[in-house]
Design a protein around this ligand. Structure first.
Ligand SMILES: Cc1ncc(COP(=O)(O)O)c(C=O)c1O
Length: 429
């Protein structure tokens, strides 16, 4: 029997390329039919066939307080009644900017945009405008949205500039982007020694989530901060995923690092299209209308999105929020590890705040190369086994997953019980 999900996927493919509006949703790396989601509430999503899932995708990060949190929905409703968009400044934008500046001390001024891609693209233009330099550095396995300068993969050698990782990106753009191995302090040091004074900025996912969750070591980030400072390069912490997710103050609060610029998204919009970039006042002063670096947006600081963001930021500051979130996420990872061990499956995991990574590998990866060496084929079996048992993880071995405040110990136990069955099946071959 054809399910409604199958039917919709076929129908979608006739009018939407690949049937989806963002590639990972197509289930390309795990195979099978994507679930078309009809509604979401708390820790659950329901698909078009009416099947309920415990959801660890959380809209890829924004849903930290749980889906359709009643207070967020009410804030959105109230804002919508006052008008959907004005194209003029509002009091709520000032309030959310003040909130962000309070929560992230490295951010002295902030500009709102509508997506993480816009935030990183703008931060890079700003860093180039501020320094008057063209060259930027990014790291292998880190994703910063889909702007041209950032869709770049490593060249053939350490100091060879990158190649486009997407058709349609001119080589003339990618030649300004150097891609270095993540967490490789020696490569970073060597590069700065050779061309440090030409580097406009370094952009880092401070806790990577787009090659699954991978953490840098303390020495790497310490050296990165020291070298960028020494050479007058702008350090951009891309906290689109980690901001307000791994901790209230983001990854920078855990690293004890003060970046020059920070990009944010996901959680700050509470599920609505809102993102931001901000940082040092002297750098932010280069943005128009004050400075010569152009940046603008019809829907920037949209009042409905800002209302969702402000309410979300209020909820996450309530006492005990991160303690409970972290504890539940750790409980989930520990339960999954125990279940895998019981079944004799090679497996590891890690978490910070409400972000976690699962790996079919003996140890948690420390680089993109480590991640490539893990058993991603095992992930496919795990993913489909869990989906069949109504638990949804991100449909790729290269994605981090997320717990929300709506996930209870009962949800976690149900997940671990389902995983025990799936691991046992996998062990049988
Ligand atoms: C670290 C990071 N930066 C930037 C982006 C791009 O954000 P958006 O999808 O809102 O354009 C993402 C999206 O996943 C991300 O994880």
């Amino acid at each position: 029997m054809t399910t409604r999900n199958q039917q919709l996927f076929e129908q979608a493919k006739t009018v939407i390329p690949g049937g989806v509006n963002s590639p990972v949703r197509a289930f390309g790396s795990v195979g099978g039919v994507p679930r078309f989601i009809r509604r979401a509430e708390g820790a659950h999503v329901w698909d078009e066939d009416g099947v309920q899932y415990i959801d660890y995708v959380g809209s890829w990060g924004p849903a930290i307080v749980g889906h359709a949190h009643p207070e967020v929905v009410e804030a959105v409703r109230a804002a919508a009644l006052d008008g959907l968009s004005f194209g003029a400044p509002t009091a709520a934008e000032v309030a959310i900017a003040e909130e962000i500046v309070k929560l992230m001390p490295s951010v002295e001024q902030v500009r709102l945009v509508s997506s993480g891609t816009e935030a990183t693209m703008s931060a890079i233009r700003l860093a180039r405008g501020f320094t008057g330099r063209d060259t930027i550095i990014k790291f292998e396995g880190c994703y910063h949205g889909h702007s041209d300068s950032l869709l770049v993969k490593a060249g053939s050698g350490l100091l060879t500039f990158g190649n486009p990782s997407s058709a349609g990106v001119p080589a003339d753009f990618s030649k300004h982007t150097l891609v270095l191995p993540f967490n490789d302090t020696a490569a970073l040091t060597e590069t700065f020694a050779r061309i440090g004074d030409r580097i406009a900025c370094v952009i880092l996912e401070p806790i990577a989530g787009n090659m699954n969750m991978v953490q840098p070591d303390a020495e790497f980030v310490r050296q990165l901060r020291a070298l960028t400072q020494q050479h007058g390069s702008v350090l951009i912490y891309d906290e689109v995923m980690t901001g307000f997710r791994v901790a209230l103050g983001g990854a920078q609060s855990l690293h004890g690092i003060t970046p020059d610029l920070t990009t944010m998204g996901k959680v700050i919009g509470g599920g609505m299209p809102l993102a931001a970039f901000g940082g040092r006042k002297d750098i932010m002063a280069c943005i128009s209308p004050l400075g010569g670096v152009y940046q603008a947006g019809t829907l920037s600081g949209n009042p409905v999105a800002v209302a969702a963001g402000l309410k979300t930021l209020e909820i996450i500051q309530r006492p005990g929020f991160y303690e409970q979130l972290s504890q539940h996420t750790r409980l989930l990872c520990a339960g999954l590890e125990a279940a895998a061990q019981q079944a004799g499956i090679t497996f590891s995991s890690q978490s910070l705040g409400g972000m976690f990574g699962l790996y079919f590998a003996e140890r948690v990866p420390a680089s993109y190369a480590d991640m490539l060496a893990s058993h991603t084929d095992q992930f496919k079996r795990f993913f489909h086994g869990m989906l069949k048992r109504q638990v949804a993880f991100g449909p790729s071995a290269f994605e981090a997953c997320f717990v929300s405040a709506a996930h209870t110990e009962a949800h976690i136990q149900a997940t671990v019980d389902a995983a025990a069955t799936v691991f046992a099946e996998m062990a049988q071959g």
